[in-house]
Ligand binder design. Structure first.
Ligand code: NAD
Length: 417
């Protein structure tokens, strides 16, 4: 019945939207997304999808209803039946052993590759790159054509990125000409990414997300292993500066609020690592909230797309542990009691001494700050970690405003001088 069968291993932020788009655009191809995480698979089959992306609901539901997009936890059955297999499993930073804290942990990838080799009874195209496959297949007549297709979608704009990508890279078997790394070709490929430009040159409390830090750390590790220590140090400093930026922001808040936030209510608006996603992996909000809790603040937290359970788990998990299944979240009782999560921003701001904006959700700029100011303890502070609010308007209402990279509020200036 189907012209082709595709299986994707990994129903996450990349596998889910990418496969949904393929199924939506290609009605004669059967696409099955498989995952060992049964809860995630059930959510993909339900009305409430496990991840939020603008436009994703429509595409998934349309392809699901048509019948050529399925989700399943029967991984081996669908991998065995597929003509093309995409591998989109997590590749977190290693937490122990050689390269801990920098190198990519390829455990999940290797397990997936071994499983493909074991269950395959027909030749397949595998979209990724692994020598493990060839060495573990018992039947020499089965051929694996292995392609690499790096993913450039960005969370929050995944559907738009999939519909009109800046570029698509597909790599195959190494050739003699392919082995010459021509730096101008590399420059050309990188330069086609429209994210390199004004879209991403915004001041912020720090970058986050599951990929950027992980990929930089892996680059550091690769540079070290090939003897390029100076290059490794350069890239490592990017991660150090990002961490410093988050600490500096916390320091600014404490200094401005008369050098103590102990017992004060601080309302955090935004917990996701950027707008239009509910993803909190490596979000700067985790470090900023932990810094504020460490100085005994009481936190009120609101994010339009992040659940209370997710926020509490993130604040109880150590760095690098979040992507390793089986990690036990461990929040001290005192900290647990210092956190309240709200599904409404206005309620979250009530009785607070300060508002701290950590995600650039558009709706944050639309609130009635006159009403919010009335319910807050005075002097009422706003620390805009994303520069999304109308600072002049807020000052006219009586707020003391700290905006990243902008002239200091005269009130804060007096505290610092
Ligand atoms: P994710 O953690 O959201 O999803 C990975 C899924 O793979 C998980 O649900 C996990 O249960 C599943 N999995 C792991 N091992 C498995 C196995 N053996 N069999 C079946 N399922 C298995 O990860 P993601 O964000 O989708 O990223 C996937 C890959 O794409 C990573 O290598 C990442 O670096 C890369 N990437 C991510 C993005 C992004 O924006 N998130 C962008 C570009 C590239």
């Amino acid at each position: 019945m189907w012209a082709l069968k595709i299986a994707c291993i990994g129903a996450g932020y990349v596998g889910g939207p990418t496969m949904a788009m393929i199924a939506y655009k290609c009605p004669d191809i059967e696409v099955t997304v498989v995952d060992i995480n049964e809860a995630r698979i059930s959510a993909w089959k339900s009305d409430i999808l496990p991840i939020y992306e603008p436009g994703l609901d429509h595409i998934v539901k349309a392809a699901r209803d048509r019948g050529n997009l399925q989700f399943s936890s029967d991984v081996t059955k669908h991998v065995a039946a597929a003509d093309i297999i995409f591998v989109s499993v997590n590749t977190p930073t290693k937490v122990q052993g050689v390269g801990a804290g920098k190198a990519a942990d390829l455990t999940y990838w290797e397990k997936a590759a071994r499983m493909i080799a074991t269950v395959s009874t027909t030749s397949k195209i595998v979209v990724e790159k692994s020598t493990v496959l060839r060495r573990n297949c018992r039947d020499p007549s089965i051929h694996f054509e292995i392609l690499s297709n790096p993913e450039f979608l960005a969370e929050g704009t995944a559907i738009a990125d999939l519909e009109s990508p800046d570029r698509v890279l597909i790599g195959g078997k190494e050739t003699v000409s392919g082995r010459r790394a021509d730096v101008q070709q590399v420059g050309h490929a990188i330069g086609t990414d429209s994210r390199i430009g004004h879209k991403f040159l915004n001041a912020s409390v720090g970058f986050g997300g599951s990929c950027f830090q992980k990929d930089i750390l892996n680059l550091v590790y690769i540079c070290e292993t090939v003897g390029l220590q100076q290059v490794a140090d350069y890239w490592h400093s990017v991660v150090h500066i990002n961490n410093y930026q988050k600490q500096r922001f916390v320091g600014r808040i404490i200094e401005a609020m008369f050098n103590t936030i102990s017992g004060k209510i601080v309302t955090v608006l935004g917990f996701a690592f950027k707008k239009d996603t509910g993803d909190t992996r490596e979000t700067p909000a985790i470090d900023v909230c932990k810094g504020l809790l460490n100085d005994n603040a009481q936190l009120h937290i609101h994010d339009p797309k992040v659940s209370e359970a997710q926020i509490r788990q993130d604040l109880a998990t150590s760095p690098f542990q979040w992507d390793h299944p089986g990690t036990v979240a461990n929040c001290k009782a005192a900290e647990r009691d210092s956190i309240r999560v709200f599904d409404n921003a206005v309620d979250a701001c009530k009785d607070s001494h300060a508002i701290v904006v950590l995600t650039e959700w558009k709706e944050f700029a639309k609130y009635d700050y006159t009403a919010i100011w009335d319910t807050m303890v005075k002097p009422a502070f706003i620390f805009d970690g994303r520069n999304v609010l109308d600072h002049d308007h807020l000052r006219s209402l009586g707020f003391i405003v700290y905006a990243l990279g902008k002239p200091l509020d005269p009130f804060i200036q007096r505290i610092y001088s």
